[in-house]
Design a protein around this ligand. Structure first.
Ligand SMILES: NC(=[NH2+])NCCC[C@H](N)C(=O)O
Ligand SMILES: [Mn+2]
Ligand SMILES: [Mn+2]
Length: 309
């Protein structure tokens, strides 16, 4: 069912309790909640062999002294953690397994996508998010690195020695966004200058999600032949669907639109890696947390082949 995975089809859960790419505590508990909600058994029930040997422990790097570099906050910590994640994800991908990385904040995608591109250099990236996460050290207002991973992967902005391990392995034409609605001015400029394809909520409204996913695939994967890394920020969903996240933005994807994207990517048979990021179980009342964790799990199941019939 998936062209690049070995059999028996194996999903490797990479639990990343990490929040250093942004200021709000709690997002590190996202993966813990998703595992407690039963994601391992749910994927097993779908027919996957599931590997999960505990969440990653980043304590060896938590001790480092880490003053800002320019505006960048926690730069050495984010670099060390994402580098470790790159190795883990790349290792699973090279064995023909599907790495499913549970975040944690979206700076982690610097690692996951580096790992994927190490194993599959011709992979394309489909980035589902309210945000473009493409600020550079020069354009960022917040200094939060979860708003910047894409620029590092593309090699934009002036090089930062602490991040020299990140290879600019992603080409702008291999990247497409769906769900955008909160883009900083500097990011708009970067998207235009680099001709990066993006389907904002405006295009989702105009064409419908079915057509948007088809157009996105036509752009990054016209022959439907190259591997796909799907990086899903749960804040792409409307806050009424996924309230428990650090930077919610109204006017997002419906429950079905989010799941449709995952189902349609799975149907291509080209998925090689999945990220499910920015679930923050400490930002809302218990019912909203449960709702967000539950929707996170069901997005993962949809991307791994769960069908409605
Ligand atoms: N992964 C996220 N939720 N990113 C939000 C980024 C928000 C803003 N553009 C920033 O750079 O700070
Ligand atoms: Mn986001
Ligand atoms: Mn994001």
């Amino acid at each position: 069912m998936s062209r690049f995975l070995s059999s028996p089809m194996t999903a490797a859960i990479v639990g990343c309790p990490f929040s250093g790419g942004q200021p709000r505590v709690g997002v590190d508990q996202g993966p813990v909640h998703m595992v407690e909600a039963g994601i391992v058994d749910q994927l097993t029930a779908l027919g996957w062999k599931v590997k999960f040997d505990g969440h990653h422990q980043f304590e060896e790097v938590n001790a480092i002294t880490d003053p800002p570099i320019g505006k960048l906050k926690n730069p050495r910590l984010v670099s060390a953690v994402t580098k470790a994640v790159a190795n883990v994800v790349g290792g699973h991908a090279k064995m023909g397994e599907l790495p499913v990385t549970l975040g944690g904040d979206h700076s982690l995608a610097m690692g996951t996508i580096s790992g994927t591109l190490d194993a599959h250099p011709d992979a394309c990236v489909i980035w589902i998010d309210a945000h473009a996460d493409i600020n550079t050290a020069e354009t960022t207002d917040s200094g939060n690195i979860h708003g910047m991973p894409v620029s590092f992967l593309l090699g934009l902005g002036s090089p930062i020695p602490e991040f020299s391990w990140v290879k600019p392995a992603l080409k702008a034409e291999r990247l497409v966004y769906i769900g955008l609605r909160d883009i900083d001015a500097g990011e708009k400029r970067i998207l235009k200058e680099n001709n990066i394809k993006a389907f904002s909520m405006h295009e989702v409204d105009r064409y419908g999600i079915g057509k948007v996913v088809e157009m996105a695939l036509d752009h990054v994967n016209p022959k439907r032949a190259s591997p796909i890394h799907l990086s899903f920020d749960v804040d792409a969903l409307d806050p009424s669907v996924a309230p428990s996240t650090g930077t919610p933005v109204r006017g997002g994807l419906t429950f079905r639109e989010g799941h449709y994207i995952c189902e349609a990517i799975w149907e291509t048979g080209l998925l090689v890696a999945l990220d499910l990021m920015e679930v923050n179980p400490s930002l809302a009342d218990a019912a909203s947390v449960k709702q967000t964790v539950t929707v996170g799990c069901s997005l993962v199941r949809s991307a791994l082949g769960e069908t409605l019939l």
